[in-house]
Design a binder for this molecule. Structure first.
Ligand code: JHZ
Length: 402
């Protein structure tokens, strides 16, 4: 295959075989589910990590079930991002901000008091409706050059465009950046946040590999992508949310904003870390994690103990199917998202139940599948169930908290 950023040939890093789309929770056990190849590959030329096979967007995003959870760690992250945007002069009280992939508007709600105007863009009607109920003006559509042109002609250019955890969900990043350059004001800034490819590899996060994540962006690949569209990176930071994320700020090459030292720093750190041996180690370490989790589950179930998953995240879907867990051994998964409750994780067929029900059941073990929120979930379990349940956290290394 070839790199969808620079066109050079790619090499295979990980092959998970055929998997069902991660967020496609089933309404019933009988419901038919499609599976598609899940293969991660690497481009030596621009250091891009991508999925080899991309599922059609209409198949992936129709009736989307992901609702950004209310989480103290995400709230702290939003506050930090907004502080940084203001202190670097990327926004002020006169700014017009457009966020695409805005989901239920959690970030825009925080940003609203700091700027003049906000607009959310999301492709899922059910999600846009929730955002609007929360007072966030949201248009239901895909972002691309056409949408950008229409927004520009009706509302004017954007001073800040935000894409948090959605740019990697688009098979063609060139079209997306074309849209960005079409809408951005001359000195406007584009803020793009994604799961960081280097963190995915070095934390051995198999759960990050699912069909929506068509790219695992790296600093070097994104710098190349922006340069191909007359854009320049201004700033890069690595943040702990979503299992290790990278936040890029970029602008037109001729923008008044300076390029900060963080860009060269992270580029060099990444060059030193993203080595052939890390790429080769990734599937080997995943196998090791799989054996450890399997062993813990087999021992617990074999001795008659009960286990609940905690977190029906997209990451959970790849994780449980990679480890080979099913409802025979783990019947339930706790999750606070109402639209997920009563449905089943794809292939594993584990039923999603409200978290209060899980606390009431007080199983012998919780296996944290939303491990990126492990601290706050462990605190909730301890507050509601005391010290009885043991808690398995699979990342960054498999640990059992007793
Ligand atoms: P969470 C989604 O991935 C999908 P997921 C998407 N493709 C993406 O890129 C990333 O987000 C960023 C639940 N939960 O956020 C809520 C509780 O039940 O890791 C969620 O279902 N109680 C857009 O799905 C899940 O866990 C809690 O206290 O991997 C977390 O999903 C908390 C904090 C969460 O994203």
């Amino acid at each position: 295959m070839t790199c969808r950023i620079c066109g050079a040939p790619t090499e295979r890093v990980l092959d998970l075989g055929e998997m069902p789309p991660a967020n496609r929770l089933k309404d019933s056990l009988e419901q038919f589910e499609n599976s598609y190849p899940l293969v991660m590959e690497y481009c030596r030329e621009c250091s891009n990590l991508q999925l080899q096979y991309c599922v059609d967007a209409a198949e992936l995003y129709a009736n989307y079930l992901y609702v950004t959870p209310d989480s103290p760690s995400l709230e702290a992250h939003y506050a930090k991002l907004i502080g940084r945007l203001a202190s670097q002069g990327y926004i002020d009280k006169s700014s017009f901000v457009v966020e695409f992939g805005s989901n239920v508007g959690s970030f825009l709600r925080r940003l609203k008091p700091e700027v003049a105007r906000i607009l959310g863009i999301d492709h899922a009607e059910n999600i846009c409706a929730i955002a609007r109920e929360r007072g966030i003006e949201t248009e239901c559509r895909y972002f691309g050059p056409e949408t950008a042109e229409e927004i520009r002609s009706t509302r004017g250019p954007a001073d800040l465009i935000v894409a948090r955890h959605c740019a990697a969900h688009n098979e063609n990043p060139h079209l997306l950046i074309e849209g960005v350059t079409g809408l951005l004001s001359p000195d406007g800034v584009f803020l793009m946040e994604n799961a960081y490819g280097l963190e995915t590899l070095r934390n051995f996060e198999v759960g990050q590999v699912y069909h929506e994540h068509m790219f695992f962006f790296t600093v070097q690949a994104v710098e190349r992508l922006f340069a191909m569209h007359g854009m320049r990176l201004l700033d890069v930071s690595i943040e702990p949310v979503h299992g290790g994320s990278v936040v890029f700020a970029a602008a037109r090459a001729e923008s008044r904003h300076p390029t900060l030292p963080s860009v060269a720093e992270h580029r060099e750190l990444e060059r030193a870390a993203l080595t052939p041996s890390l790429l080769a180690e990734f599937p080997r370490r995943l196998e090791e994690m799989r054996r450890q989790v399997r062993g813990l589950v087999d021992t617990a179930v074999g001795s008659g103990q009960s286990i609940w998953l905690y977190g029906a995240s997209a990451k959970a879907s790849t994780f449980v199917n990679y480890v080979g867990l099913t409802r025979e051994e783990i019947p339930y998964c706790a999750d606070s998202t109402p639209v997920k409750q009563g449905r089943f994780l794809p292939r594993a067929n584990i039923m999603v139940r409200p978290e209060m029900e899980a606390f009431g059941a007080a199983p012998d073990y919780f296996l944290i599948t939303a491990w990126n929120y492990a601290d706050e979930i462990v605190a909730k379990i301890r507050a509601n169930c005391g010290t009885r349940p043991r808690i398995i956290v699979p990342h960054p290394t498999v640990a059992v908290l007793s």
